[in-house]
Design a protein around this ligand. Sequence first.
Ligand code: PLP
Length: 399
Amino acid sequence: MGKFVYLDHNATTPTERRVVAAMTPYFNKLYGNPSSIYKFAQEAQEAKEVARVKVAKILDAKPEEIIFTSSGTETDNFAIKGIAYANKERGNHIITSKIEHLAVLNTCKWIEKQGFKVTYIGVDKYGVVDLDELKDAITDKTILITIMHANNEVGTIEPIREISKFAKERGIYMHTDAVQTVGKIPTDVNELGVDLLSLSGHKFYGPKGVGALFIRKRTKIDSLLHSGHHERNRRAGTENVPGIVGIGKACEIAIKEREEEEKKLKILRDRLQKGIEEKIDDVIINGHPKKRLSGTLNVCIKYIEGESMLLNLDFEGIAASSGSACTSGTLEPSHVLLALGIPPEVAHGSLRFSLGRDNTEEDIDRVTEVLPPIVKKLRAMTPFGKGRENGLRWNNQKK
Ligand code: PLP
């Protein structure tokens, strides 16, 4: 087996060396509780506020508009439930899309059980939200539109600015899940025109278990967690100071290095795409050809299952994923690929490669060398292969 090749950065990234160095003192040297009044604890409090300024900067927001949380998942829950409950006198309708992450979709499903109504908007074959369908879905009772900034599986970037414009015209709050875009593409909340934006540290070389929610001034939102007066009374609980310092440092690094990194990732991703298309037949590239995160490549390789390819790649020391980290393992085809109109039997053959800061041409060439023989071997073994399309299909077989 060659060198370990990690190509699953949309699932998580390594906490980068400079981030770990910034966090380290706050575990066991400057470990005071930021709510305590003595000077020692105030150092932790100050570090937290410095981090807040850095997070605000990557969003072009004001520091007081940033609330730290425990994850992207908590942040999405906070935005949706918080807006729904605080504005229920005005209306009970929420609009989202069919390709959101489960942190949004399952929150919307739960909130439907509490008496709210949710409309799930479709997407085109590239994964772009249908703007006409979205406009038509707006009613007098709509209080929130929540659409992701970029999709975690296929990388398609959504027209958030246009959607925010309709939302604003109708006095509806606009939230975007930017967990996959902060640190990768511009995420200026004023350019995007959003009222709320979610981010998560571990997707851009910060630590796991820390996220943040941008809440535009004067937004009416309830809290999820109740206890003391932490985070301006909006999110109770003793703050994860090392994590907060870490997410701040990750933002500081991304502000300086994001553009260069994006260019490098695009070159590598395009090399991988070209290599796969040249060496393997019957491949579909998913996501928008241009409006797509530069490090994401999602492909469907027909007549085989993504899971078998992943296991074979793993055996060769290559880590990738099929669908998202949260849905792989369920054996259900990805809800995102199905929403793009991909037939279930083809969606089963999806592979997602998500590239990151440390990947090299050598890593890419290793995949394009190792993958074609894996595909050939699996295709030879499958009873559902090319020329046998009339045989049992996976979706029939699975019941
Ligand atoms: N939203 C999107 C688009 C994601 O990709 C993820 C993680 O995969 C999340 C939310 C959840 O973030 P976290 O892992 O920090 O809970």
